[in-house]
Design a protein around this ligand. Structure first.
Ligand SMILES: [Ca+2]
Ligand SMILES: [Ca+2]
Ligand SMILES: [Ca+2]
Ligand SMILES: [Ca+2]
Length: 603
């Protein structure tokens, strides 16, 4: 029986928890509160989609010790790059199982120097706090950084850092001892002077070595900066239509620490693109990674992998190049996931204000259909300008939800367009199954739902309690860390991969789960979102299931590992060809198990 009337709002679970905490000290209230709480929990469990209510994203930026403010160098000239950054990433650079934080920064413009600003690396202390280890790590480097991609390009077991930038992008090799070395020149990546944005590590030729795709925005320098105005009087940030496009670059990994530019050889050269977002997906399920590029005011590109080192562009025939009415929209961030258990990855792309975001359903015949206009996702995103975006299962019910970081590019946009704000709340769309979503942003906490000028966004389980926490950057503002409180009332299985024949990170691996007949799958990928990267661990929400019947791991090498009867609420590390090498229980797992016992006791 399903108690649909008992919505999470009716239950007011967080209020109950607060009451419980305040009265807990009093023994005479204790027994009453315990029973009351368990009755509520039991009622909630009975409602089927129970555990969605009561989840909060708690702003722990201050207590965690994250003290970052983005320097975009703005001094009044309104240079185009100022309004677009920065990105952020989770990287477990010391392999202790706790994701650390990398924040990309800009710098002052030449001739307008005020203060030094650098990249920032924060070490996760495993107790809710982080320590700034930037200097010790050798990353106190100034550059006009935009985005970041994390991957172990030399397969030594330590994740490396690529920073996309205005001018020269950089590759930092992880030395395995807490320090990094700038290997840009040695790797053959030096000498370009571009406006680079989204980036992703992908083994496009499946030779076991991660290759690198780097998107470029437009041809821009301070000397060629144009004057645009919204009101005829004040300078504003130009739209990319004012500038010439720039091709992305594909860097093929030669395996000796060096890369070669294979952009043209691979058929990817396209100087008309104005690209921001990069997502890797296998949209036609042929086992080869395809590339999706979100373009701003130019048609999006979908590069289908030909299995021979080349790609064929298919976005127009696939139906994702333009909006339904034939307009090239302002594509920013991008991600792909099987959101309706069709077995195929769908796509989200964030667009400009007065444009809905895109929610493309993969029809399985090479075609995508934009479901946003007929969905809560479309109407809710019409007035917002989205950047960072991804599918992630915040409530661990087994259905991927959608997070969108919003914020306009023009600080005085409200003077010109009354309905559009500079600071905008994010969107969190809860997946209801069957291709349906509902916005739940306002229920997740005041700071989480506050309007901001957000750009980058990434997720990871920072506290090893099984649920996914959030990192968000803001333009010329702070980076924010939100802890997921309550997501782990449902159970999960987290899968970390260790490739041997395949790349060490296992990027490109497809993991398929069967939990009592309910099937899910995900592909481990670098890139996605906007200028940002989430952790390289897969999280599968299991609802209230105690275990997973089978796990099938299909590596990029073609090898398949099969596991069976895996307990929920743990992170398993699976080595290619060997199976599980470690299994670590979530730190909150004991608490969840106790609740389960109590639930059984009162039934
Ligand atoms: Ca770590
Ligand atoms: Ca490769
Ligand atoms: Ca969900
Ligand atoms: Ca967590």
């Amino acid at each position: 029986m399903r108690f649909h009337l008992l919505s999470p709002k009716t239950l007011k679970l967080p209020a109950t928890v607060a009451v419980q905490k305040s009265l807990w000290l009093s023994p005479c209230f204790g027994a009453y509160v315990v029973i009351f709480t368990f009755v509520l929990l039991a009622t909630a469990y009975g409602s089927g989609q129970a555990m969605a209510g009561g989840i909060r994203f708690t702003d722990i930026t201050q207590s965690a010790g994250i003290r970052f403010v983005h320097n975009n160098g703005a001094f009044g000239a309104k240079y185009l790059p100022e309004t677009l950054g920065p990105g952020c990433a989770f990287i477990d650079y010391d392999n202790d199982g706790y994701p650390d934080i990398l924040l990309v920064n800009g710098e002052d413009w030449p001739g307008h120097h005020r203060a030094a600003s650098t990249l920032k690396l924060y070490h996760n202390n495993r107790n809710g706090t982080f320590t700034d280890v930037t200097a010790k790590a050798g990353l106190a480097i100034s550059l006009y950084g935009m985005g970041v991609a994390i991957g172990d390009y030399d397969n030594d077991g330590y994740d490396d850092i690529f920073i996309s930038a205005l001018g020269q992008s950089r590759l930092f090799h992880n030395n395995g001892n807490g320090t990094f070395t700038d290997v840009t020149t040695a790797a053959g990546l030096a000498g370009v002077n571009e406006f680079s944005t989204g980036a992703a590590w992908v083994d496009y030729d499946r030779d076991g070595k991660l290759d690198l795709v780097v998107a470029n925005y437009v041809q821009w320098t301070p000397q060629t900066d144009l004057r645009c105005t919204l009101d005829g009087a004040h300078k504003s940030y130009c739209t990319p239509e004012s500038y010439k496009g720039a091709s992305l670059r594909l860097w093929h990994n030669l395996g000796n620490g060096k890369f070669e530019d294979t952009t043209k050889k691979a058929g990817l050269y396209d100087a008309t693109s104005k690209s921001l977002g990069v997502a890797v997906l296998d949209y036609n399920n042929d086992g080869w990674p395809d590339l999706l590029i979100a373009n701003d005011t130019q048609p999006n590109k979908l590069y289908s992998n030909n299995h021979n080192g080349t790609f064929t562009e298919t976005a127009v025939t696939a139906g994702i190049a333009f909006s339904e009415d034939g307009i090239a929209r302002a594509g920013m961030g991008v991600d792909a996931a099987d959101y309706d258990r069709s077995g195929r990855p769908g796509i989200i792309i964030t667009n400009f204000s007065n444009q809905m975001m895109s929610l493309y359903h993969n029809e399985g015949n090479g075609l995508f259909v934009d479901e946003a206009p007929r969905s809560a996702v479309g109407s809710a995103s019409l007035l917002t300008l989205g950047f960072g975006c991804f599918f992630f299962d915040y409530d661990l019910d087994g259905w991927p939800d959608i997070f969108i970081a919003d914020g306009h590019i023009e600080s005085d946009i409200e003077r010109i367009q009354k309905r559009i704000k500079y600071r905008q709340p994010p969107h969190l769309f809860r997946n209801l199954g069957g291709g349906k979503f509902e916005e739940v942003t306002d229920s997740l906490g005041a700071s989480f739902a506050a309007p901001r000028v957000a750009r980058g966004a990434a997720y990871a389980d920072i506290d090893n309690d099984g649920d996914l926490d959030l990192l968000v950057t803001t333009n010329a503002g702070p980076a924010l860390l939100f802890r997921n409180d309550g997501g782990n009332r449902n159970r999960a299985l987290r899968v970390k991969l260790r490739g041997t024949a395949s790349n060490r990170d296992g990027i490109g691996t497809v993991v398929r789960l069967d939990a009592g007949g309910e099937k899910q799958w995900q592909m481990l990928r670098s890139g996605s979102s906007y200028l940002s990267q989430s952790e390289l661990v897969l999280t599968f929400g299991l609802g209230q299931k105690m275990s997973v019947s089978t796990v099938e791991i299909e590596w990029p090498s073609g090898k398949i590992d099969k596991l069976s009867n895996i307990a929920a609420n743990e992170t398993i590390t699976v080595q290619e060809g060997k199976g599980i090498v470690t299994a670590t229980k979530f730190s909150g797992a004991e608490k969840t198990a106790k609740l389960e016992l109590n639930r059984k006791a009162i039934q």
